[in-house]
Design a protein around this ligand. Sequence first.
Ligand SMILES: Cc1cc2nc3c(=O)[nH]c(=O)nc-3n(C[C@H](O)[C@H](O)[C@H](O)COP(=O)(O)O)c2cc1C
Ligand code: SF4
Ligand code: SF4
Length: 248
Amino acid sequence: MVFYFSGTGNSKYVAEQIANYINDKIIPINDLIKNNKESMFKSEASLIFVVPTYAWRIPKIVEQWIRKTKFEGNNDVYFILTCGGSVGNAGFYAKKLCKETGLNFRGLAPIIMPENYLAMFPTPDKYQCQTIIEKSKPYTEILAKLIQKGEGFPESKVSLIGRLQSSIINMIFYPIFVKDKGFTVSNDCISCNKCALNCPLNNIELISGKPVWKGNCTHCMACIACCPTEAIEYKSTSKGRHRHYIME
Ligand SMILES: Cc1cc2nc3c(=O)[nH]c(=O)nc-3n(C[C@H](O)[C@H](O)[C@H](O)COP(=O)(O)O)c2cc1C
Ligand code: SF4
Ligand code: SF4
């Protein structure tokens, strides 16, 4: 069973590749969170979570969802983290999560995909995004083969910086940076409602035809990246940056 959470489509893309390869079904966590559904899953095959990396760990919203979801049957769990560059010590925390929830950790592997955090970092242009996605494919296949054979993902050494990023920096990241107050909308907005529909947390409402952010945001970048007229900005940081969006 291949689960994915995805803001801008990278993790969805990788999840689809994995599910195709191992011929397994795919489940979007986005929809389950958006519809606030309590869930129970029974699977004979192992569980695979394909999610973005947020501050060098799996997204908090995904961790919370795993904690309140019941899994029956096969409890072997693989994590695949799409990332712009590095997952730090994410494996340590994913393993801890598995221990606390009765799941059997089989490993965590990163896959480099286009950086999507345009509210904070420069993003690759359209051509660079295509190149990065092409490069990811053979690696995705290696991971799919390991899952198919029932083998764990290899563990990689984590530097001291990686450990700091996933611990202290991750801890301060959410309260300091993850806020929706920085989002603004320009007169280019055509009131299409896509930003609201694509927000996994239902954090956007159109009032008088313009999006209003309601204070419960996980910085997934779906709203700003999906807008067809690029009417949304995050402070002045996102100005001129390419909006990578492959969810559709
Ligand atoms: C809030 C946030 C935090 C991020 N933190 C990291 C990070 O710690 N390391 C990294 O390599 N990429 C980081 N990124 C980049 C994403 O993990 C990466 O682009 C991912 O593939 C996006 O997946 P998605 O399209 O499925 O949402 C971050 C992106 C966001 C939006
Ligand atoms: S996606 Fe863009 S154009 Fe559509 S409602 Fe939102 S801000 Fe307006
Ligand atoms: S408001 Fe935008 S960035 Fe925040 S969770 Fe919703 S779609 Fe993601």
